[in-house]
Design a protein around this ligand. Structure first.
Ligand SMILES: Nc1ncnc2c1ncn2[C@@H]1O[C@H](COP(=O)(O)OP(=O)(O)OP(=O)(O)O)[C@@H](O)[C@H]1O
Length: 233
């Protein structure tokens, strides 16, 4: 269970997160939706211990990320692509992440297979397409067989087959009892896979609920998104 409560973040005189709070529950895919600059990445960075909130809490089963004894086994994450050095192969990158986290090397073959990169495991990351980089980032997130997965814009750069694949992967993890939280700036990309939506605009949560709840009364998904986030079509 991910619980974010009353998170406030200021940058200079601007409040970029204004009492942000929501939950992502086990067995469900939660989509964190908002236009560019709404505060999604800032919230996820605080959740993953990469930045501090000025006030409020962001917890995994009641504990902040930085206090987790075995973080990669509790939560897998991907922010801004794979994070792999361009001169490395996917295999080298995953081996390094596994070694530094006490994860058995057999997991490397398993996650490469899970993300469809088995035949590209020995290719240098510099030669990867954007979509392959996303797959590698997800492979690294899955290494520790975590209970929770936190992904910032995982659909970015994926082709239609990749989008279908990631939806299936996330659905499978949630159906197996995992907690899945992903951000997106496109309602249409996530509505099919998400159980719950959390919509943020201008640093404030504007609505939360099931996809049916959130979109009720609107003509289509995009209309709901633009109306809720104050944008125009
Ligand atoms: N390091 C920083 N210094 C100053 N302002 C920042 C910094 N990081 C983010 N911001 C500002 O905080 C606000 C929220 O940004 P954030 O990246 O969290 O939004 P986002 O919803 O993830 O959008 P995007 O999809 O464009 O990444 C934006 O106005 C952004 O300009």
């Amino acid at each position: 269970m991910i619980t974010i409560d009353q998170v406030v973040k200021r940058r200079r005189s601007r409040t970029i997160l204004d009492h942000v709070g929501f939950e992502a529950r086990p067995g469900r895919v939660t989509a964190f939706l908002g236009p560019n600059g709404a505060g999604k990445s800032s919230t996820l960075r605080i959740l993953l211990g990469l930045d501090h909130a000025d006030s409020g809490t962001a917890l995994f089963d009641g504990r902040p990320y930085r206090s987790l004894s075995d973080p990669l086994r509790t939560v897998g994450s991907m922010l801004e692509g794979s994070g792999a050095h361009r001169s490395r192969t996917a295999r080298n990158h995953l081996a390094w992440v596994a070694r530094s986290n006490g994860i058995p090397q057999r997991r490397i073959d398993e996650v490469l297979d899970e993300v469809g990169l088995t035949k590209d495991g020995k290719v240098r990351v510099a030669k990867y397409s954007l979509g392959m980089g996303q797959r590698l980032g997800i492979a690294a997130a899955l290494l520790g067989e975590p209970e929770a997965l936190v992904l910032d814009e995982p659909v970015n750069g994926l082709d239609p087959e990749g989008i279908r694949w990631i939806r299936g992967l996330l659905r499978g993890l949630a159906d197996a009892g995992g907690t899945v939280l992903l951000s997106s700036h496109l309602m249409t990309e996530v509505a099919d896979v998400a159980d719950d939506l959390v919509v943020i605009a201008g640093g404030r949560i504007v609505t939360t609920g099931t996809v049916t709840d959130v979109t009720a009364g609107y003509g289509d998904l995009e209309e709901a998104f633009f109306a809720l986030t104050g944008g125009t079509r």
